[in-house]
Design a protein around this ligand. Sequence first.
Ligand code: ADP
Ligand code: MG
Ligand code: MG
Length: 211
Amino acid sequence: MASVDTAALVDWIHRFRDAVTAKRDWLTELDSAIGDADHGANMARGMDAVVAKLEAGTPATVDELLKGVGMTLVSSVGGASGPLYGTLFLRMGMAAGPVTELDATALAASLRAGLDGIVARGKAEAGDKTMFDAMAPAVDALDAAVARGADLAAATVAAAQAAAVGRDATLPLVARKGRASYLGERSAGHLDPGSASTTLLFETLAQATAE
Ligand code: ADP
Ligand code: MG
Ligand code: MG
């Protein structure tokens, strides 16, 4: 597809809900090693609430859709991940504006704004062992793919691959943000749970924009 319309965004949201639900135990296992063992439950609960709200009615424009997703996540997830993913979607919606579809350039700009919102909220930097470490490389890869003229499907696959590399690179890091930072050196040797869910976010985006 050349652009993502609201139906494709809803498909992405459903796929992400299904992915965090299928991987709930794994996300929780990752969080039990360096956090409080609730990341799987937090993401599944939040995305269930998002899907329930969309089933009650889908907004006609990209900004209303994405802002609604963000507000639902903020209000239904108590952990750090709720406000952070909530901010991602809220800022994506604000950047997108009242349009009915996003081409690859607009999608990349929207995700960039979302990432900037996460940074404004959580102050994460590269190597802090957070979701930023998967999301920033994914958004960079999306921008680079769009700049070299790749189509949407190829660009989102590149972003998903970069997210996975970023996730895996969190393994040896010592956490400097969030709950895991309380462990200091003992946080090394474990994947960051938020970088794992963020990789699912980009993998499902690639699925929803395939062909
Ligand atoms: P909580 O830590 O409140 O239990 P979750 O377990 O749902 O919340 O989410 C934890 C994830 O949130 C971490 O693995 C990390 O990726 C992310 N995170 C925590 N603090 C920050 C921050 N300041 N900036 C970016 N991401 C963060
Ligand atoms: Mg937790
Ligand atoms: Mg918690």
